[in-house]
Design a protein. Structure first.
Length: 374
């Protein structure tokens, strides 16, 4: 198996367009690392540089401590699974899966054994004689994975392999790929723009924006301790709620003032603040929808951290209701609250929202960096 080391990797295209900037990352043997970010952030370009399909403009790439900048893709001992499956339409499933082995002159008996073993792992044993056109999207993706498995590479590279599947099939294939990683015990590097895929699949996640790494961390840490506002907003569905505030720091505690109102910040959160000066400074508060609550008439929760709001719309999702609210006295504001399955508020209702300030994030208004330590 293999570790991967990327040191000061840059990719610059003609005209000076820099797609990847000073990318540094250590991927450990048998790890499942996910690159995630919006379209155009450089994640697929980075993956293609690891594969050898894109030339590295500067920096050093090592696979198993071997510098591979100028090594041909076929000699890097990697296998890549593409978004569009890249299957040969005139070949059967068996022929597609065995194609790379046949090029290497592997004995026929060994080829048959490896293909059947991979087909069994992926549950496509009954499709080996079919052509790709006679398969569903999920089955084609399994064939593409099988073609990679039979090569027994040191590293699997997967470039948005589930983006062409419907929602139900994506969920099923996510589970299959996680199981596959555990069974094969090899290094996986996976690219996606879908943060749900990233959170459910990766042992570590690399969040990228404009060709730059924003944060590398476990799914839990990305969710609970985002380093900046971008990561906080990108990770999580629905997106984290943000509110521009002025902080008032005094003997009776730290308050966040918005419009003519203010809420008290939990003392435990105040202790985590790293900024030297908080009083009368502008910051951005972030709070996730599961940490804000609709407060009923006889509800005594969060007495010092309530926000007056008006319901804009609601989304009934069956198991829960997403309630979109505008904050009183703050233009163009929106807070999303997770209501229960039978939440009965409706557009135009005036409501009170309780904020659990023990779980908020506070970002510098200018740098957008999180000022709370873990």
């Amino acid at each position: 198996m293999a570790s991967i080391s990327l040191k000061n990797i840059c990719k610059t295209y003609a005209g000076g367009v820099q797609a990847v900037k000073d990318f540094n990352l250590e991927i450990h043997d048998k790890e499942f690392v996910v690159f995630v970010g919006p379209s155009g952030c450089g994640k697929s370009t980075t993956l293609r540089m690891i594969a050898g399909l894109e030339e590295i403009s500067s920096g050093d790439l090592f696979i198993d401590d071997r510098r591979v900048n100028n090594v041909e893709p076929k000699d890097r001992d990697i296998a890549m699974v593409f978004q569009n499956y890249a299957l040969y339409p005139y070949m059967t499933v068996f022929e597609n899966m065995s194609f790379g082995l046949r090029l290497r002159k592997v004995p026929k008996k060994e080829i048959e054994q490896k293909v059947k073993q991979a087909a069994k792992i992926l549950g496509i044993e009954d499709y080996l004689k079919r052509k790709p056109k006679n398969l569903s999207g999920g089955q084609r993706q399994r064939v593409a994975l099988g073609r990679a498995i039979v090569r027994e590479p040191k590293v699997f590279l997967l470039d948005e392999p589930l983006s062409n599947l419907d929602a139900k099939m994506r969920t099923q294939m996510r589970t299959e790929i996680i199981k596959l990683h555990k069974e094969l015990q090899t290094t996986f590097v996976y690219v996606t723009h879908d943060q749900t895929e990233a959170m459910t699949m990766g042992t570590r996640i690399v969040v990228m924006k404009d060709g730059v790494i924003q944060q590398v961390d476990t799914p839990d840490n990305l969710y609970d301790y985002p380093v900046n506002k971008f990561v906080a907003g990108f990770i999580g569905t629905p997106q984290m709620n943000f509110l521009d505030v002025i902080l008032e720091d005094g003997p009776d505690g730290l308050y966040a003032k918005y419009g003519r109102n203010k809420i008290k910040i939990a003392p435990e959160t105040r202790k985590r603040c790293t900024a030297e000066e908080l009083n009368q400074r502008q910051y951005v508060i972030g709070v996730r929808s599961e940490d804000v609550y609709l407060i009923g008439e006889n509800d005594d929760r969060f007495p010092d951290s309530r926000i007056n709001a008006t319901v804009k719309i609601t989304e009934k999702l069956g198991n829960e209701t997403l309630v979109y609210c505008s904050v009183e006295g703050v233009e163009n504001s929106e807070i999303v609250v997770r209501g229960g399955a039978r939440c009965n508020v409706t557009g135009g209702d005036d409501v009170k929202i309780g904020v659990d300030t023990l779980h908020i994030q506070i970002f510098d208004y200018d740098t957008e960096l999180n000022i709370l330590k873990r």
